[in-house]
Design a binder for this molecule. Structure first.
Ligand code: PMP
Ligand code: G9A
Length: 416
């Protein structure tokens, strides 16, 4: 029998399982209130309009919808997305757009075309673990810059890049989720966005702007996309239908300079030939017939109610030594527990009490964030949010008490 472990490539050996994917299995067990996965709410799925659009497609053009498509993606979808992005201040044509199976595939393809083993990528600390998973799978080396409440620290980014340059290291790209970051919910304010591009320009760096949550703003004013501030063709932007329509379609779009997209297309040919045309045509109809705009208004209202419910439940139930942010959009709240609490160690106790979260350290490349957790507010009902937060607050209180007890025992053992 072949021992696969002996023949796996170095690349395969560097791959790590996604904690979120593993958690999904666990949290699908009955009775568990899960604030773990970044999942849309099932009530937000547009079942009736999808049924109608699919029927129309089957009546009007089954020969295109059910056929293979071009690797770039279907032309009408790329055209309508280019038009929409141009209206939002980004100078984009269809030749700048590649349709992918989720933004996750774009992250994989970007790594495939840019990374040689050991190449450096600069990421936030914390950052989206699906991205670090993709970079790791292509043996990328990650350098980190702290992410604060207003996003990545720009002074530290500049310092980090200068320090790397001094060592003769030129990173391949900077990866950022500038708006309602996964996991921290942090958003880079408008004035700081210009600085991202100035720093990138000074250090001649490509910027990957991953932006699945920018449409999900519930209060405050929209901030300019990095791509709309870019006049040097230095930004590659990722957008997805996963959070605004349904992740089951697996349709996203990657936007970038023409030569970059051409290389992505070649890389994609070897991966899966083309993104599923069926989903692309449905997405096209959603955008072009204005159904998506209506749907967006509906989900923004729904998610805002859930966001406010979670914030209110946390205000009411959480002990005052727990800290959290109040993001104006997106899907996540980021919470910080006292230093002596390890959210990973506490996780099993939370599951016993039937509540789940994602342990914060999963989003750090380095050993950090042991006392942090990510809470998703979009997937649960308001009732589940209130019950789940109450359960979580109890688990935290018990853990803190337990640590205090252990501390007393330790002190008594040490004191002669
Ligand atoms: N990037 C970020 C920041 C995300 O949060 C997600 C989904 N959680 C993705 C990319 C991948 O999304 P999808 O593949 O569904 O488009
Ligand atoms: O199901 C997934 O893996 C997508 C969700 C990502 C997240 O929870 O951040």
């Amino acid at each position: 029998m072949v021992k696969c472990n002996d023949i796996f490539s170095e690349r395969a050996k560097s791959m790590k399982t996604s904690e979120i994917r593993e958690l999904l299995k666990l949290t699908q067990k009955p009775g568990i209130i899960s604030f773990a996965g970044g999942l849309p709410n099932p009530d937000a799925f547009p079942v009736e309009s999808t049924r109608r659009l699919i029927n129309e497609l089957m009546d009007d053009m089954p020969e295109s919808v059910l056929q293979y498509g071009s690797t770039e993606g279907i032309t009408p979808l790329r055209e309508v997305l280019a038009k929409e992005m141009t209206e939002r201040g980004m100078d984009v044509g269809k030749e700048n757009i590649l349709i992918t199976h989720g933004s996750q595939q774009a992250l994989d393809l970007i790594s495939k075309i840019l990374l040689n083993p050991g190449d450096t990528i600069v990421v936030g600390s914390p950052t989206y673990l699906g991205a670090t998973g993709a970079f790791r799978a292509f043996q990328g080396h990650m350098e980190t810059v702290p992410v604060k409440e207003d996003g990545m620290d720009m002074d530290l980014l500049d310092e980090k890049l200068t320090e790397l340059e001094k060592k003769g290291c030129k990173p391949k790209f900077l990866y950022l989720v500038p708006t309602f970051q996964n996991p921290s919910g942090a958003t880079i304010p408008g004035d700081k966005r210009r600085r991202v591009l100035d720093i990138a320009s000074e250090h001649e760096l490509l910027v990957v702007e991953d932006s699945p949550y920018s449409y999900l703003r519930y209060e405050g004013s929209p901030q300019p996309h990095l791509m709309s501030l870019d006049d040097e063709d230095r930004v590659v932007r990722l957008q997805t239908f996963s959070k605004i329509l349904a992740p089951g379609f697996r349709i996203a779009w990657c936007v970038g300079p023409k030569d970059f997209i051409e290389k992505m297309v070649i890389a994609k040919q070897a991966t899966d030939l083309c993104t599923n045309p069926f989903g692309q045509y449905v997405a096209y109809k959603y955008v072009s017939e204005g159904v998506l705009d209506e749907h967006l208004e509906y989900i923004k209202k729904l998610y805002n109610e859930k966001r406010l419910a979670m914030l209110e439940a946390m205000d009411e139930h959480m002990p005052d030594y727990v800290e959290w942010n109040r993001p104006e959009g997106g899907m996540f709240i980021w919470a910080k527990l006292p230093e002596n609490i390890d959210a990973r160690e506490m996780f099993e106790k939370a599951i016993e009490k039937k509540v789940a979260y994602v342990v914060g350290d999963a989003f750090y490349v380095e050993d950090d964030g042991h006392n942090t957790m990510r809470l998703n507010f979009t997937h649960s009902s308001e009732e589940e949010i209130w019950t789940g937060i109450e359960r979580l607050a109890d688990v935290i209180r018990e853990e803190v008490k337990q640590k205090e007890k252990e501390g007393v025992v330790k002190e008594t053992l040490i004191t002669p």
